[in-house]
Design a protein around this ligand. Structure first.
Ligand code: KG4
Ligand code: ZN
Length: 316
């Protein structure tokens, strides 16, 4: 079975063709360059760009989509205008190709991205339940407990900022550029041995599995504001200390959830799952820890198709 996956919830326009979790193609046009100068995504500009990008991608794929079985698209959550464009595009394709349409939740798409593989890869094993999922992106920081594919009980989530958003804000305060996550991660990789130069305090929340990042963000910004000369050594040391404490905090909460719920699978997903230190640590937490391939960690159409396969299978 072949499913076309369409993603446009934020600043990436992506269309993918997936055959039983194997990615045939995953095309993506990123708007990062456009939004860089504003230090974050500008919703109005994102919508305008999605229109151009969908038109462009459609010309590229038009000969490869005649024998698809379903069209899956991101229904929510995301930027309203960007989502609506994806929805209209998906419905138009559905009518013109006479294929059924499946609305997909973006966050469930991220979780299902661990099932995707490519030609040269081994097919990932299925998800076994109960499963604990850590979803970390620019807009979300959530711990889920899933007892079956259609269940996503939130056991903990951020009480304020999302982890990706804080990576972006910390990078901005240090004049490092946008998006901050990959920039800080690259600095960390080179500077890891220096990771405790700045003593930052691990956040505290009343909910056992909840997160809080705004206090940590403020700690970093206060240190930046007191610094007279923001030179490279300062940028490197502070961003490395920040990555260490924030990722250790995610790992510590996931560990608690594993001890309590004894899952058969644990899953890491969302844009921040690209983080090298988080990936390394997460894999040591459980014998059946699943993380997406790097190219499927950030927003993409293949993950939307992947979730569509999960939903169709669970209805069998
Ligand atoms: O899931 P995603 O592509 O878009 C949203 O739905 O939010 O996640 C984007 C977020 C951004 O905040 C970006 O800075 C962060 O993921 N990110 C990272 C890394 N790569 C991307 N954060 C930490 N380390 C990374 N290597
Ligand atoms: Zn996302």
């Amino acid at each position: 079975m072949k499913i076309l996956g369409i993603e446009s919830s934020h600043d990436d326009t992506s269309i993918a063709l997936v055959e039983d979790y194997k990615v045939v193609f995953n095309l993506k046009i990123s708007q990062t360059e456009l939004h860089k100068k504003f230090g974050g995504t500008v919703p109005e500009l994102a919508s305008r760009e999605h229109v151009n990008n969908f038109t462009h991608l459609l010309h590229e794929i038009k000969d490869d989509i005649k024998d698809i079985d379903y069209i899956a698209y991101t229904k929510s959550p995301g930027l309203v205008g960007a989502l609506q464009l994806g929805e209209i595009f998906a419905h138009s394709l559905s009518l013109s190709l006479n294929k059924p349409i499946l609305p997909i939740n973006h966050l469930q798409g991220h979780i299902s991205s661990v099932l995707l593989y490519e030609n040269k890869d081994k097919k990932p094993s299925p998800i076994m339940y109960p499963c604990i999922s850590l979803l970390v992106s620019g807009g979300h920081t959530i711990l889920y407990k899933q007892d079956h594919p259609d269940d996503d009980t939130i056991i903990g989530q951020t009480q304020d900022d999302a982890i990706g958003e804080v990576f972006d804000k910390v990078a901005r305060s240090l004049n490092l550029g946008f998006p901050g996550g990959p920039i800080i991660d690259n600095i960390f990789k080179k500077n890891e041995s220096q990771n405790n130069i700045y003593t930052l305090t691990t956040p505290n929340t009343s909910g056992e599995f909840d997160f809080s990042f705004s206090g940590l963000k403020t700690q970093v910004i206060n240190i930046v504001n007191k610094q007279k000369n923001i030179d490279q050594k300062f940028q490197d040391d502070l961003s490395t200390s920040f990555q260490k404490i924030s990722i250790d905090y995610l790992i510590q909460k996931t560990k608690l959830a594993i001890e309590k719920f004894k899952p058969k699978t644990i899953i890491l997903s969302g844009g921040v799952s690209s983080n090298s230190y988080l990936r390394e640590k997460f894999l040591t937490l459980h014998e059946n820890a699943k993380i997406p391939k790097l190219k499927f960690s950030t927003d993409n159409g293949a993950m939307i198709a992947s979730r569509a396969f999960v939903e169709l299978e669970s209805k069998k």
